[in-house]
Design a protein around this ligand. Sequence first.
Ligand code: ADP
Length: 276
Amino acid sequence: STDITGRREITEEREQLLAAEREQVRRLRDLDRMKDELVALVSHEIRSPIAVIRSYAEMLLDDPGLDDEQRMFADVIDRRSTHLQHLVDDLLDLARLDTGTIGVDARPLSLNRLVRQAVDDHRAAAEAKRLAVTVRLERHLPVHGDPVRLRQVLDNLLSNAVKYTPEGGSVTVAAGCGATIDVDDGGECRSGAVTLTVADTGIGIPAEQYERLFDRFFRAANAVEAGIKGTGLGLPITKAIVEAHGGTITASPRDGGGTVFTVHLPTGAPQTGGDH
Ligand code: ADP
């Protein structure tokens, strides 16, 4: 009957639509994969020439015969190429995030040492802005992690704290045993977790923008308005590294203004044992 024919037509039409939709999804996935491959390829190809430019700029800067103007030019080349290198490294990390291959070469290590080294490396930048930097560490905080990747986490949080805090403010880095820092058993940390916080008295994050903070390329409106430069790549990478360690990272407003980033890391080897 016409009724059955009509129904068949509707079914056929629906199937055609579904097939077209599936095709569309497949094409979008392909495009997405091609985008990732392109970013990875371009970043990789740009890395080596930048490294060459940097090393020649450094050689030039070592030349005592340079006049002031030449030195200034060499200095600009050095600083801008270093910036470019960091950008490309971040883009490569982001591409690795997409393919789930952010490398974590985990081993037992002391978080205390890692924190001290990182803070030392950011001290000059902090002093240039007359920021008070305080470090509060408990005796021994063992973690199971990748020292290079965890340094990246610390570097990102510290450079943000310095960058987003106006002159005369303060940055406090604290780490302790347990899920909250005040837990101190006086000796070895046996709680299975360590907590690291990086707090600043800076511009803070607008309340309604916290949920997007770890999205890639996201930059809060107040940071953009203040004219502070950035890419929005650091926090998504930081989060991925922390999670690859079996940890968590959150941000919250600091009492009295500013921001606190809290990282929890497991002290032992991750159960999954995956070096991904
Ligand atoms: P970038 O700093 O390069 O923009 P991030 O991914 O590190 O990228 O940070 C994303 C955004 O989060 C920043 O643009 C800024 O709006 C906000 N943000 C990060 N850290 C802080 C901080 N310590 N204080 C205030 N805002 C911050």
